[in-house]
Structures are given as structure tokens and as C-alpha cells.
Design a protein around this ligand. Sequence first.
Ligand SMILES: NC(=O)c1ccc[n+]([C@@H]2O[C@H](COP(=O)([O-])OP(=O)(O)OC[C@H]3O[C@@H](n4cnc5c(N)ncnc54)[C@H](O)[C@@H]3O)[C@@H](O)[C@H]2O)c1
Length: 357
Amino acid sequence: MARILITGGCGFVGRHLVARLAREGGHELWIIDDLSTGKPPAQWEVPRLRPLGEEGGVQRHELVGLDQQVRLIRADFVAVAQAELGMTPSLGLAPLPRFDEIYHLASVVGGRNVIDNDPLAVGIDLAVDSSFFLWAAKKARPERILYASSSAAYPIDLQEAGESRALREDDISFDKRLGLPDYTYGWSKLTGEYLGRIAHEKYGLSVGVVRPFSGYGEDQDVVYPFPAIALRVAARRDPVRVWGSGEQTRDFVHIDDACDACVLVCRGVRDARAFNIGTGTPTRFLDLAGRMVAIEGYDASVIGTAGKPVGVAERYSDSSRIRDELGWRPTIALDDGIGRALDYARGRLERGIEPDM
Ligand SMILES: NC(=O)c1ccc[n+]([C@@H]2O[C@H](COP(=O)([O-])OP(=O)(O)OC[C@H]3O[C@@H](n4cnc5c(N)ncnc54)[C@H](O)[C@@H]3O)[C@@H](O)[C@H]2O)c1
């Protein structure tokens, strides 16, 4: 039994991680989330939450069907950390207990559109991450930390059209070479990784870092490409449009596999080394949409769309480190993930959610 905190636990990764940890059973699960972009408990689908009451700013919820509870503090993590550190007046919350594991996921993400068109949104991420590691090192002293970085931390010159290769963890070296990460979002993740390394080296904390590639899942917000394209296909669009030329590739990994990897890295890595979470297979957006059309079982052409943000040309993972050191392998094949996403997209259509194009 472990006492586990998930910052940003109402977000996409967080909700699936809560379900994953609840299925292990016996843990005391906590979330701190300001719900700035996360789903309020009443809207969770997997797992569903039933409110049990609130005391001292901590809401208790039952995870329906899982015989577990989760405690939610709805607050800005920066405010919580700074109050705990005595830097600002108390928020009126009881002091947080000591945690065995902390999965630090709170951040502003929002997909390519936010990355390209609101690049200072990561100012919040930098504040959250710096407050997090300060609080972890000087106050919280948890047994283990998982920091969610991103494949966006990798140098973009390794991801150019025709010249890319599978990205290896050692392509980023804080001692030798960093390269230019993917815009401000990549910089913030790189900075978070560096703080995690310092938290380990100078403050003795156990830190594991993950660099997820393109995590997807059926209930992901439709600002992300996978569920957005699934919605267009479920609505039987013809042609099906994808952003940019559609030649750009990504490494799509299902959220359930990604959560397994997060738990393995949190429990198996102490020295702030990073581990990719990806399948190792690059998929062009044109091909992703084409597979979706084939699985949906109708005829449609797939075409690109000019004037949309596209990001790097080719991005995929070398997954040998996490496979060889921790025994992780993806278990959900892309076609299965597509099938789930299409089922879910049909439900979205029934609820009146329309494709964007
Ligand atoms: N989803 C992916 O494929 C993917 C890929 C690479 C990296 N990551 C990283 O994983 C983490 C989680 O990603 P996600 O897809 O679940 O994002 P998300 O946007 O769905 O969830 C982030 C959560 O953080 C919360 N949050 C934001 N600011 C906060 C604050 N100041 N205080 C408290 N809570 C706050 C939001 O309300 C939200 O619930 C992020 O750090 C992201 O960079 C995710």
C-alpha cells in the first residue's frame, strides 16, 4: 500500500493513471488539480467518480466499481506548494501528508495549436515545475517522483524530413549536448528534466523521467489529432482532412501502455534518467487517417490542409532502453487503438459533438 499523489490528475494522462493505480488496489490516492483544463469529477468516464463529501478543502470521491477512493484538492499547484513552503499565507488546507509516490503531471499542454500560437502558456508550466521541485526537495521529500517530460524535449534537427532517425534518450545530454528543443514547450520540459536531475543529485530525491511520444486514447480531447481525425472518420467525411501535408510522422502510443510505463519508471528509476515511451513505429498522418477509414469500412480520400500548425516533420522513438531495462513493451496495437477511438467518436457524434472539418 502506498500513498500516491498525482498532480494534474484530472487531465488525460492523470485520469488513466488514477484508474491504473486504483486497479492495483490498496493505495491512498490523492490529486491536486486546479481544473484549468482538466475534467471535473462529475465528467469523468473511466473511472467514474461518485462524490463522498468534502473536509478541509479535500474532496473525497469513490472510484465506481474499483472499491477505491481518491482525494482531490482543487487548487493551483503553485499556490499549494508555496503555502506549504511558508512563502505565502496558508490556503486553509491541512498540511499534506508524506507521499510514497508522486506523479507530477500538472501542466498546460493543449496540443500543437497552443504550442505554436500561445507559446507563453508554458510560463505556467515553468512556475509549476520549479515550485514542484522546490517543494519536493525542501518540504515534501517523497519516496519516489515521476516527472512527465515529453518527446518535445528532443533536438528538432534530428526530426527533419528525410533525415530523421529513432530518437534515443542520449540525444539529450545535460553534460554534453542539448540541441534545440521543440519551441517553448520543449524548453519547459527540458528545464523540468534538469530540475529533476538536480533534485536527485543535490537533494537526494529518487526521480524518474519519461518522454512520452504521441500518447492517444479514445477519450482524449479533440484538440489532439488522433481523436479529432477519428471524429471526422466516424462522421464519414470524404475527403478526410489532416493538418499540413499529412506527410509528417508521429509515434502513437496508447495511454494505457503509457501509464504502465510511467509506473515502471517511477518505481524502477532513481537517478533522474529519462525513458522514452513510444512504440518505435513512425506513422504518417495520411496513413493514420487511411487506416481509420479502412477500419470504419467506407471509401474516402485523405488530403492535407494548408495553414495549420504541423510541428516537426518526423518524430519517433527508439524504445530499447525502456524495453531492455524495465521490460516494457506496448501491448495495444494501433488498429485496436483506432477501433476504440472510432467507437468512442461515434458516441461523441451522438452527443452532438461535431468534427472541426
Ligand atoms: N498526453 C501525451 O501524449 C503527452 C505526451 C508528452 C508529454 N506529456 C506530459 O504529460 C503530462 C500530462 O499530460 P496530459 O495530456 O494529461 O495533459 P492535460 O492537459 O490533459 O492535463 C494536465 C492537467 O494539469 C492541470 N493543471 C494545469 N495547471 C495546473 C496548476 N497550476 N495546478 C494544478 N493543476 C494544473 C490541468 O487542469 C489538467 O488536468 C504533461 O506534463 C505533458 O506535458 C503528455
